[in-house]
Design a binder for this molecule. Structure first.
Ligand SMILES: Cc1cc2nc3c(=O)[nH]c(=O)nc-3n(C[C@H](O)[C@H](O)[C@H](O)COP(=O)(O)OP(=O)(O)OC[C@H]3O[C@@H](n4cnc5c(N)ncnc54)[C@H](O)[C@@H]3O)c2cc1C
Length: 470
């Protein structure tokens, strides 16, 4: 679509222009390669016209200047593990594959921070920090695959955000290439700053619509001395939901508080019978960290709280290997749902709503009633400590009726979340799959977002048709 562009009577070959900036093996318009960049981990797909793999901020800046000059859409991409179509080039144009800018540039222990390039894989940062006794706390299920740039651009979080917060809390400074190709820094090396508008916070979660992150300075944290996991089984899903705010209001801040419903437990047991999770309506997996002394007393208080609210079986895992097994199972839940079905064409498609803690039981009840209204199995699990619930259905991708049904079920779930005072995305972002809810969720606030977008990106080249901004 954008191969040759007519500019004031002159024809411009964009491919040649890109080759003037990056070497031949780092730009492609081969249909097979373009196909690989036409999707992420959602069910949306659309092909780019070119894929470019920059090595440096200067190359990114030069490519963006070119795109700006000829009004060519440009879509940054990390690892493509996003679940909302964020990295899918809906309007074609250039996909900037940031995965080659993947260096860990500096570990700065005295200042409790690191400097990274955006293509660094999340888990690699933690492996590099471990020998120093430090870690980067936001902990997504996709840690082994996703890039830090994509994670920051999505405003992501994970299992441990209940205590440690989302990625927003850890970004001190970003280097960003703006839609006109200019390079800015948004923050500083300091632990705090009250100097002007918080441009760092604006860029975090902007899903590639305001600029391209080319470097990030991130806060790191010492690894806690000890961790313990409490597993509480319930025969009543809503009772498990009520237990979450009850634990928090005791003054205990768990480092993780995950919920899995009966379908999730069933799928995990089929996947790995060795896990042997008691079949029940809900399982709460609660982790505490701190000193060996504090985790023991927190675990006792949590167990008492769970018992008082109806848990029938409570046990703890203190050993490192026991905890690793539990977390491994938890990370697999999205992938294992398809094990419930014998046919091979099922794919798992999930949602990401979040509600206030006190609304968790009502939201769980709503999900159950949506499930029976459509007579369809919905798996519910997630970061209950943040009120963030993932719902998933495994649909036969060849069955158009099931696909239509999925859309209606997802719509009902999103609207129920908003009715319960929540949001349509706790951590996966809006991309193009949740755009329809932006107005209902943000009202006039969406107009402000549109004005910011227009001010920074007047030609709307930066990841167009995303986040409900058009
Ligand atoms: C199995 C699985 C588990 C997951 N678990 C979690 C979880 O626990 N928590 C969570 O938060 N998310 C989770 N996710 C989804 C999550 O959004 C991604 O894993 C991650 O945040 C995206 O990283 P990525 O490198 O794949 O980004 P991509 O998918 O490539 O891109 C995501 C968005 O960021 C933009 N982007 C990418 N790089 C840049 C850049 N350098 N500058 C500007 N914008 C950029 C893209 O345009 C796009 O809008 C999960 C996904 C999967 C598949």
């Amino acid at each position: 679509m954008f191969t040759i562009i007519s500019s004031g009577g002159l024809s411009v070959d964009i491919f040649n222009k890109i080759q003037d900036i990056v070497t031949l093996n780092r730009v492609s318009r081969d249909p097979a390669e373009l196909y690989c960049y036409s999707y992420d981990a959602s069910y949306i797909s659309s092909s780019p016209d070119y894929v470019v793999m920059p090595h440096s901020t200067q190359e990114v800046s030069a490519i963006v200047k070119l795109a700006s000059q000829y009004h060519i859409p440009i879509v940054p991409r990390g690892a493509g593990t996003g679940l909302s179509g964020g990295a899918v080039p809906i309007s074609g144009g250039i996909v900037l594959d940031m995965s080659r800018m993947n260096k860990l540039q500096k570990i700065d222990i005295p200042n409790l921070q690191v400097l990274v390039e955006p293509g660094l894989i999340h888990a690699r940062l933690n492996s590099a920090l471990e020998p120093y006794g430090f870690f980067f706390p936001p902990d997504p299920g996709s840690s082994e695959m996703c890039t830090l740039g994509g994670f920051i651009a999505n405003g992501g979080s994970g299992m441990r955000s209940v205590k440690y917060g989302t990625v927003t809390r850890y970004v001190l400074d970003l280097e960003v290439v703006l839609p006109d190709g200019e390079i800015i820094r948004t923050g500083s090396m300091t632990m705090k700053s009250a100097s002007g508008y918080d441009l760092t916070a604006l860029m975090v979660g902007s899903e590639g619509t305001l600029g391209i992150i080319t470097a990030a300075r991130l806060k790191i944290h010492p690894i806690p001395k000890a961790r313990k996991v409490v597993l509480a089984h319930f025969n009543d899903l809503e009772a498990a939901g009520r237990t979450v705010p009850a634990i928090m209001s005791q003054g205990i801040v768990p480092s993780a508080c995950e919920l899995m419903d009966s379908t999730t437990i069933q799928a995990l047991n089929i996947y790995d019978p060795g896990l042997d999770i008691p079949e029940c309506e809900a399982l709460l997996l609660i982790e505490v960290d701190g000193t060996p002394c504090s985790i023991d007393s927190d675990a006792v208080d949590i167990a008492n709280c769970c018992r008082a609210l109806g848990a029938f079986d409570i046990n703890t895992a203190g050993s490192v290997s026991g905890q690793q097994e539990i977390w491994k199972a938890r990370r697999l839940v999205g992938a294992v749902m398809t094990r419930l079905y014998p046919d091979k064409t099922r794919v798992y498609i999930g949602e990401d709503i979040a509600v206030p803690l006190s609304a968790i039981p009502a939201m769980l009840k709503d999900i159950r009633s949506i499930s029976s209204r459509y007579n369809i199995t919905i798996m519910t699990y997630g970061h209950a400590g943040d009120g963030n619930l993932h719902t998933g259905m495994a649909i036969d991708i060849l069955d158009t009726y099931q696909y239509e049904q999925l859309k209606q079920v997802a719509d009902d779930i999103h609207r129920a979340a908003l009715r319960n005072g929540g949001t349509v995305s706790g951590e996966h972002g809006i991309g193009c799959v949740r755009e329809a809810y932006m107005e209902q969720e943000h009202g006039r606030g969406l107009d402000v977002m549109k004005q910011i977008k227009k001010a920074l990106d007047p030609h709307n080249i930066m990841n167009p048709q995303k986040v409900g901004l058009e």
